[in-house]
Design a protein around this ligand. Structure first.
Ligand code: THU
Length: 150
């Protein structure tokens, strides 16, 4: 994608760097996520697998839960995600957040009260896609469906 800003390139670089901390001995698929906050600071997360496979946590969810634990859930403005198979470093296709992570991003967006954009990248290379959450998760369930604000 053309039109990626320096700020966005930096966020993608942070997501790619976070891939190095993936705990993914079962899938051998490393994912990194990076959140940019309103003040420009960056919070990262990596996928965190478990021998009981279904308990594994995705990188985006780890990053967003970290922001929440730091009291900064409402400050997220953009998310970058990068990932690929550890054994195939040339993997060229950007990944997009899984369905569960899209719903977790929806929670962050609703708490922030402003649109969160998502940058999707491969482990390396220039191919990047930028999405709004409404594109990745149309007709989403959220606080408004519970009769709450958001
Ligand atoms: N994974 C993520 O971390 N984020 C996603 O959006 C998709 C999948 C992780 C989960 C698991 O550790 C590995 O990638 C393979 O599915």
């Amino acid at each position: 994608m053309s039109g990626i800003t320096q700020e966005e390139t930096d966020l993608i670089d942070a997501a790619r760097a976070a891939m190095r901390h993936a705990h993914a001995p079962y899938s051998r698929f490393a994912v990194g996520a990076a959140l940019r906050l309103t003040d420009g600071s960056i919070i990262t997360g990596s996928n965190f697998e478990n021998a009981s496979y279904g308990l594994s946590l995705c990188a985006e969810t780890v990053a967003i839960a970290t922001a929440s634990a730091q009291g900064r859930l409402t400050e997220i403005v953009q998310i970058a995600v990068a990932g690929g198979p550890a054994d195939k470093p040339g993997h060229p296709e950007p990944i997009t957040p899984c369905g569960r992570c899209r719903q977790v991003i929806k929670e962050a967006q609703d708490m922030a009260g402003r649109p969160v954009t998502i940058l999707c990248a491969a482990p390396a290379g220039p191919q990047v896609s930028r999405y709004g959450l409404d594109e990745l998760l149309p007709h989403a369930f959220g606080p408004a469906d519970l009769g709450l604000g958001g």
